[in-house]
Design a binder for this molecule. Structure first.
Ligand code: ATP
Ligand code: MG
Length: 587
């Protein structure tokens, strides 16, 4: 195992998850066994209107994971059919995040690459008599659509001739009409029980610049139309999406069947000339349940609100459950993949306890992070029976369970920093650390006894004067003498002053989204989710490179901030504590 490669996860390949037997993989196995498919093709289709969050990780791991396990491929497709909200910055961010999670795509596509195909396919639908241009405005259309219990009514424009529809649609495309003045709709069934089938919109007029196509198009395809045709065009075999699209599946199939791309190369052959490899097929949509995590928000809109209102320090704020926030916080890609693998895939909606996620991170970092000593809330401890200039170099192992991590030298001297809460002047029952007249083991040094307290004018303890039992030191006859507590320390003379950002969960209730208590989710932000302290680090920790992770003994896992840490001005973020500190709070 490599010990000090902080970017290891970006270079490791994702091991195929052995034996995952969820219903999606079962469908795929069956399709391969019956010969329905010989190769598996999936895609991950985010909309570039924000950065990816932990929920997206489930869709990424599923789509890319399945492609790898069944020796197929997975495309990354930016679903950019909604201009105005989309931004090239997000496109780049999404690509980075997918790579960081450990995956690589077969082709990078944009739904907007297919705008010409969508347009030609719409013309085909008009020619086939199954699409028409409607002049009803949005409110009227809603009113005509009917409700769950009452059928819709036909628009007065529903029976326009094919010629008139072709003419109007061409003029929509040429920018002749104002936004919202006309809509191209599919002619399906205004009394369908499934409201999605009541003549859904295919194209709307929006004179707005697009992040990829600029001003080329004054009309834009609707999601339900563009998504399934993109899948079909790319030859996707299994189109995996979240449960809310279940009711859209009949429409998905309707468009795929009516357009029938595999048998109509005139609609897409020009893509080949433009350099796209594509072999259209008939995809199958399969829905799975979303990942919901307690103490978290998994909605891009709300995450954007946190950023835009300055409630966090950006999309990569370590408190955010965006992939870049989690990365900056010190979470590993391996831990995120482990979480997704453990949760499995089903159609059951549920909320995952955040503690499960943290345990995945602990499990990964316990094995992969070297140990160091740091003091976050310092109290001076002076060993009075050592000479003023006493200095030693002690050898510490870097990992208690893995010798391959090697050893390091830790400087030791007469004056040390210890954690303030490792001392109690009036100790509670069962307190095994340092107290007046009490003894404690200093990690790697020996046993000290607290002889005297030094206080400031206000009566606060500012220094402990102790004696070191020289007989209890390594190699001495009393080295095995037992005391109940062991505490860590940093040599005051050698310690490196370091900014440590002590992060915690961003929300202080398990379901911030649940507004049944009349409170907005914003009101549940945990004001203590970020605390900045001046800490002391042993020198071997401060020389870390950005993104290097350590266990600071007894405190938790920490990462050198990937943007602001420098060896001469170290900055660390707390990733997670060693144990769950939330469970006992009952919420
Ligand atoms: P949001 O509501 O946060 O904007 P979205 O579903 O609109 O999310 P997309 O960019 O459209 O975001 O999502 C890309 C893919 O990721 C889709 O296939 C979507 O189903 C999936 N996805 C999004 N959120 C989750 C989640 N919480 N769990 C699992 N998959 C998700
Ligand atoms: Mg979306």
């Amino acid at each position: 195992m490599s010990t000090e490669n902080p970017t290891a996860e970006s270079t490791t390949t994702v091991a195929p998850a052995e034996g995952q037997r969820d219903f999606v993989r079962q469908i795929i196995r069956d399709d391969l066994a019956t010969g329905k498919h010989h190769a598996i093709r999936t895609r991950f289709p985010p909309e570039p209107n924000g950065y990816l969050h932990i929920g997206h990780a489930k869709a990424i791991c599923l789509n890319f994971g399945i492609a790898a396990e069944f020796t197929g491929w997975c495309n990354l497709r930016l679903d950019d059919t909604n201009p105005g909200k989309e931004d090239p910055e997000f496109v780049e961010g999404i690509k980075d995040d997918v790579r960081w999670l450990g995956y690589d795509w077969h082709d990078l596509r944009h739904a907007s690459d297919y705008f010409e195909v969508f347009y030609r396919a719409a013309v085909k639908l008009i020619e086939d008599g199954v699409a028409y241009v409607d002049d009803l405005n949005a409110d009227e259309m809603r009113e005509y659509r009917g409700t769950l219990t009452s059928p819709g009514r036909h628009s007065p424009y529903r029976d326009r001739s094919v010629e008139e529809n072709l003419d109007l649609f061409r003029r929509m495309r040429e920018g002749e009409f104002a936004d919202g003045a006309k809509t191209l709709r599919a002619k399906i069934d205004m009394s369908a029980g499934n409201i999605n089938m009541r003549d859904p919109a295919i194209y709307r007029i929006r004179k707005i610049a697009h992040q990829n196509t600029g001003d080329a198009w004054p009309i834009y395809p609707m999601y339900d139309y563009a998504h399934c045709l993109s899948d079909a065009l790319e030859g996707i075999t299994h189109s995996l999406c979240t449960l809310e699209f279940e009711d859209h599946r009949p429409l998905y199939d309707w468009f795929v069947d009516k357009v029938d791309l595999p048998n109509h190369p005139e609609l897409w052959k020009h893509l080949h000339d433009a350099g796209f490899r594509t072999e259209p097929a008939k995809p199958r949509q399969i829905e799975f349940s979303r990942l919901n995590l307690s103490y978290s928000i998994t909605s891009k809109r709300k995450l954007a609100q946190l950023v835009n209102e300055g409630l966090v320090d950006g999309w990569d704020d370590p408190r955010m459950n965006t992939l870049r926030g989690l990365r900056r916080r010190g979470f590993t890609a391996a831990a995120i993949r482990l979480l997704i693998e453990r949760l499995g895939v089903s159609k059951q909606n549920s909320v995952i306890d955040y503690a499960i996620f943290e345990n995945c991170v602990r499990e990964d970092l316990d094995a992969s992070a070297a140990r160091r000593m740091a003091v976050l809330d310092p109290l001076k401890l002076v060993i009075t029976n050592l000479p003023e200039n006493h200095e030693e170099s002690l050898v510490f192992s870097n990992h208690p369970k893995d010798e391959s991590f090697g050893t390091r030298e830790v400087p030791f001297s007469r004056e040390l920093w210890i954690e303030r809460d490792d001392f109690a002047e009036v100790p509670p029952k069962g307190f095994h650390r340092l107290k007046p007249e009490g003894e404690v083991r200093l990690r790697g040094v020996g046993i000290v006894k607290c002889e005297e307290l030094v206080k400031d004018a206000a009566g606060a303890v500012i220094e402990l004067r102790c004696t070191l039992d020289l007989e209890s030191r390594h190699g001495m006859p009393g080295a095995d003498r037992k005391v109940k507590g062991t505490i860590h320390w940093v040599s005051a003379r050698h310690g490196v002053a370091t900014e440590v950002r002590v992060y915690d969960r961003l929300f202080n209730v398990a379901a911030p989204d649940d507004e049944s208590d009349g409170k907005s989710w914003i009101e549940h932000i945990n004001p203590d989710a970020k605390r900045v302290v001046q800490a002391w680090l042993e020198p071997a920790a401060s020389i870390a490179v950005p993104e290097q992770r350590f266990q600071f003994e007894r405190l938790g896992y920490f990462v050198a901030d990937r943007l602001e840490h420098h060896a001469d001005k170290p900055v660390f973020n707390r990733t997670v504590t060693l144990r769950d500190t939330w469970a006992k709070q009952g919420g």
